[in-house]
Design a protein around this ligand. Structure first.
Ligand SMILES: Cc1cc2nc3c(=O)[nH]c(=O)nc-3n(C[C@H](O)[C@H](O)[C@H](O)COP(=O)(O)O)c2cc1C
Length: 304
């Protein structure tokens, strides 16, 4: 798949997921063949005001291939200043979040709030495009309120404003993450624009991947389906995975230790995945209650 001047080696990408798509997990997914990784959403205002925590989200893994940094915000001039400052130079693509449903994001006019303000959304895209030569992508939802569908209109606006590709998560803001993603909506979006379209939502295995690609979209993103299952990228490309689930968990911990030095942070990041790596219900309970990496490792790697 080609996004402006960038050619991805396949069309199965790791989706942006706050608290999940950090540098270690992205690196792991790259080792399993993800064609492009999206970072978790990063506050453009946080970067503008030099927030240390926000800057920590800008690390890029040595194991990673192509990476898109996802920004959220709604003020064109802030995007422009941050991009022109050069702090995002290590990334291949700049993505703008126009789909986040979280109340704390929406109340500031960011994320999916932009679905209700096309003029503001357009101005943000125009500002980002004029501030960089990198490809600019936009990830958005089908609409804001239940039953609303602004996807085609929004997609055309993104294309006209200069986006090099778009990603549609065909649920409304009000749907959150429930119900099935609307593949007809993804199809309509694909038919409405010439730029590449990526679909996000409900890809968890080969049948769901086929169903999504049958809409004609150029690529897919996987979010929840990769949680504790980074090997999904290899499996969906028909590659044999020789590592056991325990080996994968071991590799994951190794990468977390490489990129983080604070045990509490490693435990917090690893726990969500550990609950998937570990299939025994009693052991999962123990993991949920533990704050020690050693204890969690002992539970997962104890084969009894
Ligand atoms: C825990 C979590 C965090 C997410 N964070 C982001 C984010 O930072 N930016 C974004 O655009 N989407 C975010 N999403 C949405 C996903 O990228 C994706 O569009 C959605 O989960 C549907 O895909 P899935 O069925 O593969 O999970 C998040 C989803 C989850 C579950």
């Amino acid at each position: 798949m080609k996004i402006k001047n960038i050619e991805t080696k396949n069309n199965i990408f790791l989706a942006p997921q706050a608290g999940v798509s950090e540098v270690a997990f992205r690196s792991l997914c790259s080792l399993f063949g993800s064609g492009l990784n999206y970072t978790e959403m990063v506050s453009v205002k946080g970067l503008y005001y030099n927030s240390k925590k926000t800057f920590e989200m800008l690390r890029r893994g040595e194991e990673e291939g192509l990476v898109a940094v996802q920004l959220f915000g709604h003020e064109p001039e802030i995007f422009e200043k941050v991009i022109k400052s050069g702090v995002l130079n290590a990334f291949d693509i700049i993505d703008i979040n126009m789909g986040c449903p979280a109340p704390k994001i929406v109340k500031n006019g960011d994320g999916s709030a932009l679905l209700k303000d096309l003029e503001c959304a357009r101005n943000v895209i125009l500002a980002v495009v004029r501030s960089t030569d990198k490809p600019v992508t936009v990830k958005f939802r089908k609409g804001f309120n239940k039953g609303e569908d602004v996807a085609v209109e929004f997609a055309k606006m993104c294309e006209e404003a200069g986006a090099s590709a778009i990603c549609i998560h065909a649920r409304t803001r009000e749907d959150g993450y429930s119900g099935k993603v609307d593949l007809d909506c993804a199809k309509r979006v694909k038919e409405a624009v010439k730029i590449p379209v990526i679909a996000s939502g409900d890809v968890v295995d080969a049948p769901s991947l086929s169903r999504t690609l049958e809409t004609g979209v150029d690529g897919v993103m996987i979010a929840r389906g990769a949680l504790g299952h980074p090997e999904i990228f290899s499996i969906l490309q028909g590659k044999k995975v020789t590592l056991s689930r325990r080996d994968i968990a071991r590799l994951h911990i190794k990468l977390l230790k490489k990129y983080y030095h604070d045990e509490k942070q490693i435990v917090n990041l690893f726990k969500r995945h550990a609950m998937k790596y570990e299939t025994r219900a009693d052991k999962r309970k123990q993991i949920a209650l533990s704050q020690s990496l050693e204890v969690i490792e002992n539970i997962i790697f104890d084969e009894k």
